[in-house]
Ligand binder design. Structure first.
Ligand code: GUN
Ligand code: FE
Length: 447
């Protein structure tokens, strides 16, 4: 299969490559085997052959190709309350709204309805890979992985562990430490089997909800299970003052250090939020290859905080973006990209140092659209250690086609006035769901 069109892909945090009129040659496994620019010798020959063999798909004027987005942090069961319940602080929000909702996923019919609707919605929004928190229920969590497998989304799915009877409500917690650990191992094995039936891949994830909800024995056991099965790990880390201080009181150290002590910060670990990470914690992330799932919308609601993301990016921490549904209200990563830029601008020190005035922010905090786009694509791929997030050779062909001229949602792009660099920024800031006309995962069209 060959796709002809203009695409945009990150080279690094700062730079975007503009792939004008390229041919993307996709092999049977769904990877980009070759990328040809119009200056390449073979271009015309390959184009002619694809036309004669009818394997060519050509973007029309005003259509552009972007890599599919990677959502590094989303709570699938919270889909039903998305857009509501944003009026309470984290601890009360969990107990009032979220735990009662998640407890309902013992009902597999409810789970099926919710998860089908959510996975369709994410694909429609250009999210080709998602790292999901499911619930404590094995069957409903496995069903989510199955739905990703069937719909062609690359799903990384965690069966949540929250075993501490002192910290979790009776109606929603693991029956016992033993059950939490054996259930996790069984889940890992089942998803690994399921993975063999998919082209795009589905992956099990070791998922202690956050340190406050787990006993030390559970955290220790999960670290060992993750090492034994070489699987991804996810959790929340240093999200709010409450969560951060709770861990500090219990262990006398930051969550990052506690997670590391239990073997839960690894190359395949992705930790949500990290608002109150110290520089020493960040260095631990870098040493271990652990990534931050940056969730700028939910950080505004539940952390009352702007993470100095530019600072951590400059230090070299791997960073991707998360919607954090339902602590974030939008299922699409476009909103997370935009909020990442906006929040960073709010943290920036707006005071001219020469005026001798008191600082009201943190200098060098702002990030650009290019940087936020990098987090949503290439950075997300690096965070999960999978070849996704770039329109580059040997990467999976995960992509979205954006139509800038679609009726009722056409973008203000004027010939002779807007360069392709401008158009890239307009795609980042102005794409609406209806502009996303096609979505591909691993070379297969899923929308
Ligand atoms: N901390 C523990 N559980 C959750 C959750 O479901 N959402 C958020 N935002 N933070 C959490
Ligand atoms: Fe979360």
């Amino acid at each position: 299969k060959i796709i002809k069109g203009t695409g945009f892909s990150s080279i690094n945090l700062q730079e975007i490559e503009i792939l004008e009129d390229y041919l993307f040659c996709i092999n049977d496994d769904g990877f980009i085997a070759k990328r040809l620019s119009p200056n390449d010798q073979d271009y015309n020959m390959v184009l002619k052959q694809a036309r004669s063999e009818e394997t060519l798909m050509e973007l029309t004027e005003g259509q552009y190709l972007l890599p599919g987005f990677i959502d590094l942090h989303i709570h699938a069961p919270q889909w039903a309350q998305t857009g509501t319940a944003l009026d309470l602080p984290l601890y009360e929000w969990l107990n009032t709204y979220t735990f009662p909702l998640e407890a309902k996923f013992s009902d597999i019919t409810f789970a099926e309805e919710t998860y089908n609707h959510l996975v369709d919605t994410l694909l429609g929004n250009g999210t080709t890979t998602a790292l999901y928190f499911a619930t404590i229920h094995e069957e409903a969590s496995f069903l989510l992985a199955k739905i990703c497998a069937e719909k062609g989304q690359r799903g990384l799915v965690g069966k949540v562990v929250m075993d501490d009877p002192a910290e979790n409500p009776d109606f929603y917690r693991d029956a016992s430490l033993e059950e939490a650990l054996t259930g996790t191992e069984r889940f890992i094995q089942r998803v690994k089997e399921l993975n063999k039936t998919t082209k795009q891949g589905v992956y099990p994830v070791v998922t202690p909800r956050f340190v406050p909800s787990c006993t030390s024995e559970a955290l220790e056991g999960l670290g060992k299970i993750a090492a034994k099965h070489d699987v991804h790990i996810t959790s929340h880390c240093s999200e709010s003052d409450w969560a951060h201080n709770h861990v500090k009181e219990r262990f006398g150290k930051n969550d990052a250090q506690v997670l590391n002590d239990f073997g839960l910060l690894t190359e395949k670990a992705i930790m949500a939020h990290a608002n109150f990470l110290s520089d020493d914690d960040a260095k631990t992330y870098i040493e271990q290859g652990t990534a931050i799932a940056h969730c700028p919308i939910s950080n505004a609601y539940f952390a009352n905080s702007v993470i100095p993301i530019k600072h951590f990016a400059d230090m070299g921490v791997e960073i991707g973006l998360g919607t954090d549904l339902s602590a974030g209200y939008d299922p699409g990563i476009y909103s997370a990209i935009r909020q990442a830029v906006i929040s960073s601008r709010m943290l920036e020190d707006g005071v001219d140092p020469s005026k001798n005035a008191a600082s009201r922010g943190r200098a060098h905090s702002r990030i650009t659209a290019n940087e936020a786009f990098y987090f949503a694509t290439a950075g997300g791929g690096e965070s999960i250690s999978l070849p996704v997030g770039r329109l580059a050779e040997n990467y999976a062909f995960d992509a979205q086609i954006i139509d800038t001229k679609i009726k009722d949602s056409s973008m203000p792009i004027f010939e002779g006035m807007n360069s392709l660099q401008d158009i890239f920024q307009k795609l980042v800031y102005m794409t609406q769901r209806r502009n996303i006309i096609s979505v591909f995962v691993q070379g297969e069209r899923v929308k």
